[in-house]
Design a protein around this ligand. Structure first.
Ligand code: AMP
Length: 111
């Protein structure tokens, strides 16, 4: 089912795009939890990390490469967090796989 992110990918909803290629989109989080909060997602509609199939793994590699590039671009290579929430128990609210890249301040402990 198409989500907000699916609509952003199709340009049916606006977003602040910071990176795009044929496989991956990265946008600024609309409600940032840190000074730098970027969402990196495959364009393919995969609901969550647990749904990934082996044939999708190259998309994750691509997302991670983009995360490294964006971290460098934003000058946060000294400290950032890259995470995905898998399922509502983990706090996932948008069921289109995405990775949060958080940085720009001292980050707290997990959990
Ligand atoms: P999650 O809770 O892991 O599914 O992450 C969803 C993220 O999307 C949250 O950090 C929200 O702040 C963010 N978000 C919700 N709506 C939008 C939007 N229209 N554009 C950009 N980010 C959004």
């Amino acid at each position: 089912m198409t989500t907000i992110f699916g609509k952003i990918i199709k340009r049916e909803l606006p977003a602040e795009i910071v990176f795009e290629n044929d496989k991956v989109l990265a946008i600024k989080d609309k409600y940032p939890a840190a000074p730098i909060h970027i969402l990196i997602m495959p364009k393919k509609e995969i609901p969550d990390f647990q749904s990934l199939k082996p044939e999708d793994y190259p998309l994750i590699e691509e997302c991670f490469k983009v995360a490294q590039q964006i971290a460098a671009q934003y000058g946060i290579t000294g400290g950032y967090r890259l995470l995905t929430n898998n399922g509502s128990l983990a706090g996932q609210t948008i069921f289109h796989l995405h990775f949060h890249l958080l940085g720009g301040r001292q980050l707290g402990t997990m959990g």
